[in-house]
Structure formats: C-alpha cells, structure tokens
Write a protein that binds this ligand. Structure first.
Ligand SMILES: Nc1ncnc2c1ncn2[C@@H]1O[C@H](COP(=O)(O)OP(=O)(O)OP(=O)(O)O)[C@@H](O)[C@H]1O
Length: 356
C-alpha cells in the first residue's frame, strides 16, 4: 500500500487523480489522506468523486472513503484495467447537477485505458468548459495531439457544451488500447503557424460569439499573428459563452480561453484569452504551464527519457512530479532556472506496470 499525503504541495485534486491513474496502471493499492486539504472546501467534490468511481470501475478496485467531502480514500485495484464501454456522469454523485470538469475525469482514466488490452469507448457527462481546468477544446486541440506524438491514439467528440454552474455537457471518448508510449522532446517550439479559435455561445444570441471573434482577430492580427476565429452557436443545457484559442507552432501546441460572465462584455472575454496567449507567445517556450504538469505522467510511462521546456514552473508541476516519484516509476528533475523538465523512467519490468 502506498501512502500519500494529499495536502502535499499544491494540495489539490491533481494529487488524488495522479494516484488513481497510477494505482490503476500498476495495480498498487493506495491510501490518500488529507485530500484537497489545500483548498477552501477540502475533500472530494463531485468531479473528484466521479474520477474515483471511474478509476475504480476500470480496474475493479475496492474503495473506502468514496463520499462527497471525504478527505481519506483507500483504493485497492483487484484486476488489470479492463477496456470496454463505460459511462461516467458527474450528476450521478450530485443529483442537483454539477459543472465538475469531465476533462479531469478523462485525464484520470485515459492512460490506464490506453495501456490496457483492447479499445474503449467512454461517455462522460458534466462540465466541458470550466475555468481552472483544461477545457474540452484544450483536450481535443492540445492535449490529445501532443499525446498522439507519444503514441496515444484517442479522440473526443463534443455532443453538448457544459459550463459552470449547471454542467450538463457530454463527450464521447474513444481510446485505442495496447499503447507503447514513446518519449517527448520539446526544447524548441519552432515558428508559429497560426492561431485557430472558437468563439462559442449556447442559448445566447449570435452577436456575442461574433463580437468575441472580431475582437480576438483584431488583437492578435495587430500583434502580427496569423489568426482565424470561428463564431458558433452550439448545443448546451444552459446559457454560456467563451472563446478558446489554439496556437499551432511548428513543434508544439498550446491553448487559452476566456469565459463569459454576467456584465462582462464579449470584447473583454476575448481580450482575456488573447492576453494569456500573447504572454505565452512572448516566453518562447514550447510547453505551456498546464501541459507542463500534465505531460509528466505519460512521460513516466514512456520507454525512454523525456525532456521539455515550460513557460513557467508551477506548483502543480512540482507537486505532480513529487507524487509521481512516490510510485517509484520515474525520476523527475525540474531545472527551475532553465525551466526544463526531465523525466527518466525507471525500468518498467522492475516497476511491475500491469501491461498487455
Ligand atoms: N487553463 C487551463 N488549461 C489547461 N489545463 C489547465 C488550465 N487550468 C488548469 N489546468 C489544469 O487542471 C489541473 C487542475 O488540478 P488541481 O490540482 O488544481 O485540481 P482540481 O481538481 O481541478 O481542483 P481543486 O484545485 O479544486 O482541487 C492541472 O493539471 C492544471 O494544469
């Protein structure tokens, strides 16, 4: 049994999700105490509880402490990960509905399913575009394409958009099993090819996405970037608005978003997204701060050493690195000055990854 202190470092949900993924992959039982102790409302929130149940389902784990608000979880896998057809719905844990980010549930089970024998199809319901988490657009346009370069074959189809606070979004995830992960090397991002954007509303008038798109094209165009933003009205159970920009460099991808808010102009929403993108662009780094913490797990499971440079060394990155090291599968070295992350997998045979 591996004992993890959930209050370590960032003390957020990612400590839990990383443990769930690695427990499912290795078959190693894990006990996590002080879950999300670093947050205002600690313990398991709907998104985390859904991730716990999803991870448990795919490796038939026995679980204790799987309740909303629980700060302690015991997770004991009882079989190798089973590929198959699954549905996970955040509103099953909170009947009144929740915008708990299903992208984070997706990230919890993606690698276990990709390493399992056979293909999987997963329906996920809940929040698809939620602030402080990767949006489904980021998963589709940044995270999955970057993982594809490491050998992961997976795709998502967005059926309905789910915003805070109602959620109600829906996504179909397809994952090919039997993956052998290869390493990633990203020290040079190359030139910017283009910025693609989606300005989207659900249940709101068409002038809103058009105004977001116009403003973003104007700002990024004035900064000398090649940009094209589509204005769309999409399906969703509640009103919502946002703009999601993907920057495509020769060797890497990144994405940033802005979310509509009561009394915030469409133009301001676009400005927020553009500012983040331009700040990143200026750093010259190939990997954004968020992808930086998310790549450590796949790099740990790869056959060779990985190395990449990030725009910013976040506490999410250093926390995730430390938690992953506790499973003994890799050494993660973070050069805070050069902002270079190096992940050295430790012999997989020795680490007993439950492989195909
Ligand atoms: N704008 C963004 N784009 C991509 N990824 C993001 C973005 N914002 C946050 N993330 C990622 O979402 C994850 C959030 O992890 P965190 O530990 O904060 O847990 P949480 O479960 O979302 O919430 P909490 O902070 O409430 O515990 C991290 O991997 C972070 O990099």
């Amino acid at each position: 049994m591996i004992d993890i202190d959930g209050s370590y470092g960032e003390g957020g949900g990612q400590v839990l999700r990383t443990c769930l993924s690695l427990a499912a992959i290795t078959g190693e039982p894990v006990r996590i105490a002080n879950i999300r102790a670093g947050r205002k409302k600690p313990g398991l929130a709907p998104q985390h509880l859904t991730a716990v149940r999803a991870a448990a389902k795919i490796c038939q784990a026995q679980i204790q402490g799987d309740a909303l608000g629980s700060m302690m979880l015991e997770f004991i896998p009882s079989s190798p990960v089973q590929a198959g057809s699954y549905t996970f719905d955040v509103s099953e844990v909170l009947e009144s509905g929740s915008a708990g980010a299903i992208t984070l549930v997706l990230q919890t089970i993606l690698l276990p399913l990709a390493l399992a024998k056979g293909d999987s199809q997963v329906t996920l319901r809940g929040g698809t575009h939620v602030i402080f988490s990767p949006t489904m657009t980021y998963i589709e346009q940044v995270y999955l394409p970057m993982l594809k370069s490491m050998g992961i074959k997976a795709s998502v189809k967005l059926g309905a958009w789910g915003w805070y606070p109602q959620g109600g979004g829906e996504v179909e995830l397809l994952v090919s099993g039997g993956t052998q992960l290869s390493s990633i090397h990203l020290l040079e991002r190359g030139n910017l090819r283009q910025v693609r954007g989606l300005a989207v509303v659900t249940q709101l008038p068409a002038h809103i996405p058009q105004r977001m798109a116009n403003r973003a094209e104007k700002i990024l165009g004035a900064a000398g970037l090649k940009v094209s933003v589509q204005a769309l009205r999409e399906k969703g159970v509640a009103p919502g608005a946002g703009i999601f920009l993907t920057a495509e460099y020769e060797n890497s991808l990144t994405g940033f978003g802005g979310f509509g808010r009561w009394r915030m102009s469409s133009e301001k929403v676009a400005e927020i997204a553009c500012e983040q993108l331009l700040n990143f662009h200026q750093t010259g780094a190939p990997v954004d701060e968020h992808l930086g913490d998310q790549l450590i797990l796949p790099a740990t499971l790869a056959t060779e050493e990985s190395q990449y440079q990030v725009a910013n060394v976040s506490t999410h990155l250093t926390t995730n690195a430390a938690v992953i090291e506790m499973f003994g599968l890799s050494r993660v070295m973070v050069d805070a000055v050069e902002k270079i992350v190096k992940v050295v997998p430790i012999s997989h045979a020795k680490a007993q990854i439950v492989r195909v």
